[in-house]
Design a protein around this ligand. Structure first.
Ligand code: SAM
Length: 160
């Protein structure tokens, strides 16, 4: 049985984690860097628009913003978003920040050139995530699929 965590509980777990600091999530993931070099750098020599979903403290969002990408960031943890806001201000970078459950984010059609999802993957929003990509553009995702609840498990958990 896959454990289902309610969103309030998820928010509070993430807030506690980020209050203590998460050094492992400060540097960009090597897979992100290699996927960017391989698939994104050439088609986007002049940068573009990106969405980092479940951004945490924004290691990938900051990396992109430093390269002049226009980055939108969504994370359920207000602590993570506050820390990211502070860091971005220190670096004089501008990000669009949303402290939100990703399910509540208003996905607009064909809005982003690049979507980044690292270690946050929610099947329920996959169609919205894909619809907010511009046609033919790119999603870089790294996640374990083993702990991800199916739609039926999510439905049954929300009935309890
Ligand atoms: C393991 S962390 C990874 C953070 C970031 N992607 C990275 O690689 O550094 C997973 C993140 O997903 C966020 N998250 C979990 N559930 C979420 C939800 N429903 N909506 C938005 N963010 C969520 C958590 O707050 C946490 O920051």
């Amino acid at each position: 049985m896959v454990p289902i965590i309610a969103f309030d509980e998820q928010r509070s777990q993430s807030d506690t984690k980020y209050e203590h600091g998460v050094p492992a999530l400060e540097k960009p993931d090597p897979f992100f860097l290699s996927a960017f070099d391989q698939f994104v750098a050439d088609p986007f020599p002049n940068t573009g628009t990106a969405l980092d979903l479940g951004s945490g403290i924004g290691r990938h969002a900051l990396w992109l913003a430093k390269r002049n990408w226009q980055v939108t960031v969504v994370d359920i943890s207000e602590v993570a978003i506050r820390k990211l806001d502070q860091k971005a201000r220190q670096l004089d970078l501008t990000l669009d920040l949303f402290a939100l459950d990703a399910r509540e984010y208003q996905f607009k059609p064909a809005c982003f050139d690049l979507i980044v999802m690292f270690y946050h993957f929610d099947r329920a929003i996959c169609p919205s995530v894909l619809s907010t990509l511009k046609p033919g553009d790119l999603l870089i995702c790294k996640s374990s699929l083993s702990g991800i609840p199916t739609k039926n498990q999510i439905r049954s958990a929300s009935r309890h």
